[in-house]
Design a protein around this ligand. Structure first.
Ligand code: MN
Length: 299
């Protein structure tokens, strides 16, 4: 099988978050040189580009975010078409709208009606439909947008139909949410593995089951990791820490069997907040998680 280049796309954006610090995450991680360990011996891994939003206008962050997610979707789709494996490094989680729209557009271009599965690892649900929650931050909404229930400027950016079908999505690690987003996901029938179930069954068993779930009727799947899924006692470098999260070691162990999985289309790791990470502890977690899933996979 030909080698696939890992193409890293940084998204230096925090317009969707309450705290601007995560916009600096990609640059810190790039300098952390974690790619050195991702690259196979022939060096088929590179930091391709870092996208930045245009300046926020008087109309608020939506126009800039809409533009940036479209550029990201185009970049991701281009890499997949070229045979590369996109690794998207946020920035806040609003970039997911662009990442997964781009992956879905690629799958659709190869087979009309092709569906995308997605495993969303996060302490939160990120499923506020616009104006439904107490938070008005766009990074609380990306999954709702991808399911066709968010801001019209952000939903359906690659095509008119929703990017994701509810039955093709799983959330893992959830432990902080509002009833309106839970009601939306429950109504839609999205499978949610709350943290309690992860504790009871173990992350490896849960992730394997989630993979089967999102692969049932889809042409491929992706993984979106919000670093706040991890336990803040271990990983302080996030914007919205929530106690009682995943341990780094158990997530690494769970991801490792997915190395080389040809159904896996892309990986996204978001919400790294360098201001909260003076010792680069969480930067190391990003490194370890990416290596766990990708290091030998494409070599
Ligand atoms: Mn999130």
């Amino acid at each position: 099988m030909p080698q696939r280049k890992i193409a890293v796309i940084g998204v230096a954006n925090a317009y969707g978050a309450g705290d601007p610090a995560c916009q600096d995450g990609p640059e810190i991680l790039r300098r952390f040189e974690f790619l050195d360990d991702l690259a196979p011996a022939d060096g088929t891994s590179q930091w391709d580009e870092t996208l930045r939003p245009s300046h926020e206008s008087a109309a608020g962050p939506l126009p800039a975010l809409s533009d940036m997610t479209r550029r990201l979707a185009t970049a991701v789709r281009g890499h997949l078409a070229a045979g590369n494996f996109p690794l998207v490094i946020g920035g806040d989680h609003s970039c997911a709208i662009g990442t997964w729209s781009g992956v879905h557009a690629h799958l659709e271009s190869r087979g009309p009606g092709a569906r995308l599965g997605l495993i969303w690892i996060d302490a939160h649900m990120d499923s506020h439909a616009v104006y439904s929650g107490s938070s008005q931050n766009i990074h609380d909404m990306p999954l709702a947008c991808l399911l066709g229930h968010g801001a019209p400027q952000l939903s359906g950016i690659a095509d008119a139909a929703p990017t994701l079908r509810p039955q093709d999505v799983c959330l893992i690690g959830v432990r902080s949410f509002e009833w309106r987003e839970a009601a939306l996901l429950l109504t839609l029938g999205v499978r949610i593995y709350y943290m309690q179930e992860v504790h009871e069954r173990g992350m490896s068993a849960v992730l394997q089951e989630a993979r089967r779930h999102v692969c049932r009727e889809t042409a491929g799947y992706g993984i979106s990791i919000d670093l706040d899924a991890l336990d803040p006692l271990e990983e302080p470098g996030v914007g919205t820490p929530v106690p009682d999260g995943l341990l780094r070691a158990e997530l690494i162990q769970a991801l490792a069997p997915l190395r080389g999985d040809t159904r896996l289309q892309a990986l996204e790791v978001v919400e790294y907040n360098p201001d909260q990470d003076p010792n680069f502890t969480t930067a190391q977690a990003v490194h370890d998680l990416c290596c766990s899933l990708l290091e030998p996979a494409l070599a």
